[in-house]
Every structure is written in structure tokens, then in C-alpha cells.
Design a protein around this ligand. Structure first.
Ligand SMILES: [Zn+2]
Length: 104
């Protein structure tokens, strides 16, 4: 369940144009800057990393970035996949997927 801080980020978004992707990256960067979101630790080894992409470097390379809300731990994924027909999305992940104790 999302909290008031991140509920506005919880709508899944299919990103269809480079401008949409850029807007989404800018929103994520702003939410990182104001402390609403934090990087998931697994991002630390990601190539390219979020700030390279957000600064316009490494633009066009596939990536998956994961974030979580610092208040309620709601997880978010920003993904760019594919080279020839890139598809990008922003989505909220169900919290239960992150629970290592969930029934298999
Ligand atoms: Zn939240």
C-alpha cells in the first residue's frame, strides 16, 4: 500500500516517446533529491547507473533501475528494454514480491 508521499508515483506508465522517458527520469531524479525515493541497493552495480542516464550520458542503453519509497518501502521500477524496438515503463511493484518469506 502506498503512502501519501509516493501515491502519485504509483500509476503504471507505458513510455512511448523519448520525451516521456526523459520526463519520467526527471521526476525520479527530483524524488530522489527530495528524499521521497531511494535507490534499491542492487542499483549500485548497475551499468549504466541512474545518474549517468539522468545527465544524458549513456543515453539509449537498456537499463533497469529500482527505487523504493523511504516512507512506506513501496518499490518502483524504471526500465528500458530492447534495442531495435525499445520499450520503456515506469511501474510500481507489489510489495509482496519483495518479501523473501512469501509462500512459493
Ligand atoms: Zn510511500
Amino acid at each position: 500500500m502506498a503512502c501519501p508521499r509516493c501515491s502519485a508515483l504509483c500509476s503504471d506508465t507505458a513510455i512511448r516517446a523519448p520525451g516521456d522517458l526523459w520526463n519520467t527520469i526527471c521526476i525520479a531524479r527530483a524524488k530522489l533529491a527530495d528524499g521521497t525515493l531511494a535507490h534499491a541497493s542492487e542499483n549500485s552495480t548497475a551499468t549504466p547507473n541512474f545518474y549517468q542516464v539522468a545527465s544524458g550520458q549513456e543515453w539509449g542503453r537498456p537499463f533497469v533501475f529500482r527505487f523504493h519509497c523511504t516512507e512506506c518501502r513501496q518499490a518502483f521500477v524504471l526500465e528500458l528494454a530492447g534495442d531495435r524496438e525499445p520499450s520503456a515503463s515506469w511501474r510500481a511493484e507489489a510489495a509482496s514480491l519483495l518479501n523473501p518469506n512469501r509462500p512459493q
